[in-house]
Design a protein around this ligand. Structure first.
Ligand SMILES: [Cu+2]
Length: 175
């Protein structure tokens, strides 16, 4: 079943413990290695308006039915491009979320859309923006991959494979 649901943001939405733990632990994580980005999508030619790279999910913690997807989104065009919706066939819903530290508590809110400036690269990573998968139909195990479809403004739709890494991975592996 495909889901398309990026609307209706609810401020202060509390995510599952998996996500909270990840984000909290990784607030101080810095991404200095983005130059090593590997394009993994079929549409990831430099000339494509939007390219995606380094897409990964942490494995599912036993008993949890939520997970997240992190990736880099690069706008190669000379126009602002918006991420408008996300679809996953392994989750009941897929939404853009943002982690925020509010009064010492890590919380999440859904983000209706994401605008990416011309030439800009946005990194969805632990502690910040992420794609939230809720209601997983099966646990994500290390080595698995799952399919995601991202819809952007200007009619750009990109399908990609997301690799599942150990929860200890913390970022897309460089090797
Ligand atoms: Cu979330």
């Amino acid at each position: 079943m495909m889901t398309k649901n990026m609307q209706g943001g609810s401020i202060g939405y509390l995510c599952g413990l998996v996500c909270i733990g990840l984000c909290f632990a990784l607030l101080v994580y810095s991404t200095s290695d983005m130059a090593n980005a590997q394009n993994i999508d079929a549409e990831s030619e430099k000339t494509a308006p939007v390219t995606l790279a380094r897409a990964w999910s942490p494995e599912t913690i036993p008993g949890r039915s939520n997970s997240v997807v992190y990736l880099d989104i690069q706008n190669n065009s000379d126009e602002i491009i918006q991420l408008t919706s996300v679809s996953s066939d392994i989750a009941r819903s897929a939404k853009l979320h943002e982690s925020l530290l509010v009064d010492g508590m890590m919380k999440m809110q859904s983000v209706p859309s994401l605008s990416i400036s011309p030439g800009e690269r946005v990194s969805l990573k632990p502690g910040g923006l992420h794609l939230m998968l809720m209601g997983l139909k099966k646990p994500l195990a290390v080595g698995d991959s799952h399919r995601l479809v991202l819809d952007f403004s200007k009619g750009h739709t990109i399908e990609l494979e997301v690799t599942v890494f150990p929860i200890s991975q913390l970022s897309f592996p460089d090797n």
